[in-house]
Design a protein around this ligand. Structure first.
Ligand code: IPM
Ligand code: MG
Length: 357
């Protein structure tokens, strides 16, 4: 099979983790007899420096021409003072919108080898930690109009609008019900329906859509309570579905309680067309270029890509097994370092995963 992949390394540690993910992808392709056709393009700060905008048209075209896109990370202190309309993060939001990637899958899993890294009391994660956060990614307050900063009554006033159409809620709910079906068949929809009108509609549409998935158990939770329950009793959750802003916050929380944000992949999918895969961590400018970054989140994002965009389950499992093996062998990057384990860099980690494949 031909795998047409567009690589978007981006900023900070992006290029180094991407290089390792690329070699892992090559190794899997070779082992299973696939042809890799790679392209690469600029996004974020590097694009601002070279093209004056965080998402050049060339990059959009290259992404749309590929079967799947792998992204590193965007942003850094260098672009902090820049005009907000062209900040590196804008590039990320724009590519999600351009490609129609409304469904963001963020699995938060505790690797058994990394139990010590979990921030929660051991008795709280006795039953493991395996939550899938499904975040709506192209709507809500991130994109709603009207928005802006205006002069009003002699002072400045800033505002954004949280908007959801029924069709937007229904399609993300369907993705979540389908995902729950393949897991433990429990879906928790998170909203703020006690305060927000937009959330009342959200809840109504999720309940209506549930009629097509009677085998999945549906519950509802207010977002403040969900934030608390995630640290109090995370194993009560199987799949969480929520809007863009709440999902941004809860997916960081779910990711970070596993103790290893450097281990967590994500997938952003649309109705059809290429999906985009990226680690959930950021560009980590403080360690960029020092061979200290953990490439495993990006490598595991490649596994998600093979599974979701190409239906290549055996190939995805080969990567996951290889990652597990390297952890079993006691190799760790700085973010997951542990007494008695060997501390290694980004390149070595990638190389070990390739060898394990
Ligand atoms: C994320 C990030 C982005 C978001 C930023 C960088 C625009 O926090 O992917 O979760 O808010 O969606
Ligand atoms: Mg975020």
């Amino acid at each position: 099979m031909e795998l047409k992949i567009c690589f978007l390394p981006g900023d900070g540690i992006g290029p180094e983790i991407m290089e390792q993910a690329g070699t892992v992808l090559e190794a899997v392709a070779e082992k299973f007899g696939h042809t890799l056709t790679a392209s690469s393009a600029r996004i974020g700060g590097v694009a601002i420096d070279a093209d004056g905008v965080p998402l050049p048209q060339e990059t959009i075209d290259a992404c749309k021409a590929a079967d799947a896109v792998l992204l590193g990370a965007v942003g850094g202190p260098k672009w902090d003072e820049i005009d907000p309309a062209i900040r590196p993060e804008r590039g990320l939001l724009a590519i999600r919108k351009e490609m129609g990637l409304f469904a963001n899958l963020r699995p938060a899993q505790l690797f058994p080898q990394l139990k010590h890294a979990c921030f929660l009391r051991p008795d709280l994660v006795e039953n493991g930690l395996d939550v899938m956060v499904i975040r709506e990614l192209t709507g809500g307050i991130y994109f709603g109009e009207p928005k802006g900063i205006e002069e009003k009554d002699g002072e400045k006033m800033g505002y954004n609008t949280m908007v959801y159409y029924e069709h937007e809620v229904e399609r993300i709910a369907r993705v979540a019900f389908e995902a729950a079906r393949k897991r433990d068949k429990r879906l928790c929809s998170v909203d703020k329906a006690n305060v927000l009108d937009v959330s009342r509609l959200w809840r109504e549409v999720v309940i209506r859509t549930h009629a097509d998935y009677p085998d999945v158990e549906l519950t509802h939770m207010y977002v403040d309570n969900a934030a608390m329950q995630l640290v109090r009793n995370p194993s009560q959750f199987d799949v969480i579905v929520t809007g863009n802003l709440f999902g941004d916050i809860l997916s960081d929380e779910a990711g970070c309680i596993t103790g290893s944000i450097g281990m967590l992949p994500s997938a952003s999918l649309g109705t059809d067309g290429p999906g985009l895969y990226e680690p959930i961590h950021g560009s980590a400018p403080d360690i960029a270029g020092q061979d200290k970054a953990n490439p495993l989140a990006t490598i595991l994002s490649v596994a998600m890509m093979l599974r979701h965009s190409f239906n290549l389950t055996a190939e995805a499992e080969a990567i996951e097994a290889a990652v597990s093996k390297v952890l079993d062998q006691g190799y760790r990057t700085g973010d997951i370092r542990e007494e008695g384990c060997e501390l290694i860099g980004c390149q070595k980690m990638g190389q070990l995963v390739v060898e394990a494949i």
